[in-house]
Design a protein around this ligand. Structure first.
Ligand SMILES: CC(C)(COP(=O)(O)OP(=O)(O)OC[C@H]1O[C@@H](n2cnc3c(N)ncnc32)[C@H](O)[C@@H]1OP(=O)(O)O)[C@@H](O)C(=O)NCCC(=O)NCCS
Length: 195
């Protein structure tokens, strides 16, 4: 799929549950508060592995075309994910994955992650894609996309990425382990290894 095609709002109609997936734009700013509250609630429910985000940050990702949003026919937020880059574009991460509780177990996270992956590959073809997660569904989906489990030494050393973990209750573990390991599993898609 070309970058031009990705710039079109509708990427893929999801027959299941009538959910559509879009590359988010300024038109989706009004959903930023809802996305943050979904992330905050999921963080409270799981107690681990989810960094909280502010609406302004989410809107910034939408403005840059670095976010994927899933909306129901009633224009409710069904899910969201965004791209971040690190080490001057050497690494890119798909972060902030959230699916609203009423839309879970319908394959929506898989669709959102695939679209975020394709968007990342289009925009940053040479970047290593990575994520850190405690989530079994996310590990499954990443594996399907070609990610491999790695130690944190293979991931970005950019301080700002790791500072994003500060709102995680396990941040003390990460710092105690000198960022070498934590409760999350690191997963990496290396385009060179795949070519
Ligand atoms: C994790 C999350 C994104 C999954 O979303 P989802 O749309 O329900 O996931 P999918 O329906 O695409 O499922 C993908 C796979 O994971 C499995 N899965 C989904 N939820 C699961 C759960 N709670 N336990 C075990 N497996 C699960 C599915 O069965 C599917 O695997 P399969 O095809 O082999 O059956 C969603 O539960 C969520 O938003 N949780 C809170 C936020 C979060 O944890 N984000 C990830 C931070 S790294």
């Amino acid at each position: 799929m070309s970058v031009e095609a990705l710039a079109l709002p509708v990427i893929e109609p999801s027959v299941a549950a009538g959910v559509q997936i879009f590359v988010a734009t300024e038109a989706h700013y009004r959903h930023a508060d809802r996305i943050c509250s979904l992330i905050a609630r999921a963080a409270a429910a799981r107690g681990t592995g989810i960094a909280k985000r502010q609406p302004a940050y989410i809107r910034g990702k939408m403005a840059e075309g670095k976010a994927v949003i899933a909306l129901s026919l009633q224009q409710e937020v069904a899910g969201f994910c965004y791209i971040e880059t690190w080490d001057h574009g050497k690494y890119a991460a798909n972060s902030g994955l959230i699916v609203a509780p009423q839309f879970r177990r319908m394959g929506l996270a898989r669709r959102i992650k695939r679209q975020a992956f394709e968007l990342s590959r289009e925009r940053y073809p040479n970047a290593k894609l990575f994520g850190i997660t405690t989530s079994l569904p996310v590990m499954k989906i990443n594996s399907e996309l070609g990610y491999k489990p790695v130690t944190f030494s293979e991931l970005t050393s950019d301080n700002i990425f790791w500072q994003g973990c500060q709102s995680c209750p396990n941040y003390d573990v990460l710092t105690r382990m000198k960022r070498k390991m934590c409760l999350c599993t690191g997963m990496l898609y290396d385009p060179e290894a795949e070519s």
